[in-house]
Design a protein around this ligand. Structure first.
Ligand SMILES: C[S@@+](CC[C@H](N)C(=O)[O-])C[C@H]1O[C@@H](n2cnc3c(N)ncnc32)[C@H](O)[C@@H]1O
Length: 208
């Protein structure tokens, strides 16, 4: 448990990003399940917010799929000092912003999709994890448009996460789907990695 605590500490991310280059993705890069949710909007003009983006490839994949309105935020200063330039040059249409997911400064109902892969999981390992998790979820739901989807990709199942997610004040529909990631890149002669299961939590916001 002590070893996991580091992921909830901004200094861990600052240290990591101060020597990183290129992309790195937690859990997986992309998945047909995510494509299916985005395709459901029937438009490449939807606004997508990636919270706790880090140096993930997600924004690059979205650009390659034709999505035009992509914003990425992270609270690591080191990301902006060491990696931002590289990302900005490669993906000039993507807005990268230094921001804390607990206090998103966008107006209410700004995004069709809010995407979190690994941010909440990391926040839940740190100090004041319960308080931080609630602030993050509330803040992400606030900036979500009616009929929007807030997608959280986590390594933990509903039994473990329900105390954070099943809060009536969120006033949203919530479903959870398992995502199985297979080692498709395995080449002949290489050891095949076991399939891994992650969980996608999808909050749907309705108009009242
Ligand atoms: C596990 S990494 C996931 C990175 C990326 N989303 C991926 O899928 O590879 C968690 C990221 O969330 C960021 N983060 C953690 N807490 C945050 C917060 N309160 N606001 C913004 N970013 C945060 C960290 O700096 C880190 O980049």
């Amino acid at each position: 448990m002590q070893a996991l605590r580091k992921y909830g500490d901004p200094e861990y991310w600052n240290k990591r990003y101060s020597t990183a280059s290129g992309t790195f993705d937690w859990y997986f890069e992309y998945h047909p399940f995510i494509a299916q949710i985005l395709d459901g909007f029937n438009s490449k003009e939807i606004s997508i917010l990636d919270v706790g983006c880090g140096n993930s490839k997600f924004s690059e994949i979205l650009v390659s799929k034709g999505y035009k309105k992509i914003t990425c935020i992270d609270y690591s200063k080191a990301f902006f000092e060491h990696l931002f330039q590289e990302f900005h040059e490669r993906l000039p249409s993507v807005h990268y912003m230094y921001m804390d997911a607990r206090m998103l400064s966008f107006p209410e109902a700004s995004f069709d999709v809010v995407f979190d892969k690994g941010l909440l999981d990391s926040a839940l390992t740190g100090e004041l994890s319960y308080v931080n998790a609630k602030q993050i979820i509330k803040s992400c739901l606030r900036v979500l448009k009616p009929f929007g989807k807030y997608i959280i990709i986590s390594h933990s199942d509903m039994e473990t996460r329900k105390e954070h997610f099943l809060d009536p004040s969120f006033d949203c529909e919530l479903r959870c789907e398992s995502i199985v990631v297979t080692d498709n890149d395995c080449h002949e002669g290489e050891e095949r990695l076991p399939d891994l299961t992650f969980y996608a939590y999808i909050f749907s916001k309705h108009l009242h």
